[in-house]
Design a protein around this ligand. Structure first.
Ligand SMILES: [Zn+2]
Length: 178
């Protein structure tokens, strides 16, 4: 917990020294930054605030999802950020690959080859004190579900299993939570 104080010029507003930004902030400004960071695109300016638990508390969120993936327009399948996501899940490229597989042909009328078969998968996790299950009818692998959950879940997520090595590498962005 940071130490709080009032500034003579701004009585009645709580301030603190933010270690991450190396600046004095009011708790309101801090909470507002955290909220803005949550909906910002993958912009380096906001990364600092996005995963900050102090910011989440100042915004009135208890146990907020601290993942840097939270609310980012990231394609759950290829893990690239996109200007928009189809059905809030896939980039246009992955969506088109999937569509080709579903209809059995690519734009040129030949059999699609690039995409491995997609399968229905589910993953269970704890968030906000509730056991939840995410199911995706057409998914490439379990990583796709994990990225989707970390991106879309409001509350901090606990998966009840040991993630495979490839996923742990992804999760290292979370500061050692994996
Ligand atoms: Zn993609």
């Amino acid at each position: 917990m940071p130490k709080y104080f009032e500034l003579v010029e701004l009585p009645g507003r709580q301030h603190f020294h933010c270690e991450r930004l190396r600046a004095t902030l009011s708790t309101d400004a801090c909470g507002d930054r955290w909220k803005a960071a949550g909906v910002a695109t993958a912009d380096a300016r906001w990364i600092t605030c996005k995963s900050c638990r102090i910011g989440a508390r100042h915004a009135g969120e208890i146990n907020a999802n601290p993942s840097p993936f939270r609310a980012v327009k990231i394609c759950a399948r290829c893990h690239l950020t996109a200007s928009r996501l189809i059905a809030k899940h896939l980039c246009i490229s992955c969506y088109n690959r999937q569509r080709e597989q579903v209809i059995g042909a690519n734009a040129k009328g030949t059999k699609p080859v690039k995409l491995p078969p997609l399968h229905r998968r589910s993953i269970s996790y704890m968030a906000g004190g509730k056991l939840k299950t995410e199911t995706i009818d057409r998914s490439l692998d379990t990583t796709e579900l994990i990225v989707a959950v970390l991106r879309d879940e409001r509350y901090a997520v606990q998966f009840g299993w040991q993630a495979p090595a490839g996923v742990r590498a992804l999760l290292q962005f979370e500061g050692g939570h994996a």
